[in-house]
Design a protein around this ligand. Structure first.
Ligand code: DX5
Ligand code: ZN
Length: 215
């Protein structure tokens, strides 16, 4: 049974309190928060004032996905805004090991994210230091895109590597997930499912979360 992390990006920004309430009353354990800077990805999302407000409206885990250049500049800011898990992109970090240690030294869990084209084997030396790997199953920057099928092979490779190294690292998959493909993703070895449009775009988000949880 996977952890479900609805992505706020697909919520109704004019009615955020309604969507947060739905989320609070659902079986989802984490809230996935996508931070985009218009440089690492060709889109800009939302920032600290939004996170700080939502932090006061839920006790669930804040799973913050940084799609930004130079994430090390903002680590303390995200801690102050309430992040529990902070994930940086492999492709955005010149000193990934240092960034991971910085996140953990502030008491947050640390994740590393890979774009669809980045192979699993770049994780070999950093895997013992991270709490989570986020595999992008779409190109980052936008919600509502289609799941890239090759992600299933990447999940299987990562599952094998984590098990061979005897580690306990969450595998989070992000992009294009719905009740149609969730089972295959969980069966391949994923432990956390992000879903934006499939949840907040549905007439009954709580029911969709329940269904995703059942795989
Ligand atoms: C994409 C984001 C995703 C996105 C997922 O760059 O990282 O978290 O919100 O949205 P869906 O589930 O609609 O693909
Ligand atoms: Zn994301």
């Amino acid at each position: 049974m996977a952890i479900i992390a609805p992505s706020l990006l697909a919520a109704d920004f004019l009615n955020l309190s309604k969507d947060i309430e739905l989320f609070n009353n659902s079986e989802a354990e984490w809230l996935h928060l996508d931070i985009m800077d218009g440089r690492f990805v060709p889109n800009i999302s939302y920032g600290f004032p939004v996170l700080e407000k939502i932090r006061k409206a839920t006790d669930k885990v804040f799973d913050v996905h940084l799609m930004i250049e130079e994430p090390e500049k903002y680590t303390e800011w995200f801690k102050a805004a309430g992040a529990d898990i902070l994930t940086v992109h492999y492709e955005a970090c010149r000193h990934l090991h240092r960034n991971i240690q910085q996140i953990k030294s502030l008491g947050m869990k640390a994740g590393v994210a890979l774009n669809p084209h980045t192979p699993i084997n770049v994780l070999y030396e950093i895997l013992p230091d991270v709490d989570m790997v986020l595999l992008m199953s779409v190109n980052p920057g936008f919600g509502g895109q289609s799941f890239i099928p090759n992600t299933i092979n990447k999940i299987k490779k990562l599952r094998t590597l984590i098990d061979e190294m005897g580690l306990k690292v969450e595998i989070e998959i992000d992009g294009g997930i719905s009740a149609k493909n969730a089972k295959e993703i969980v069966d391949a070895g994923a432990t956390v499912l992000v879903a934006g449009s499939a949840v907040f775009g549905a007439p009954d988000p709580v029911a969709v979360i329940k269904e995703l949880k059942s795989f």
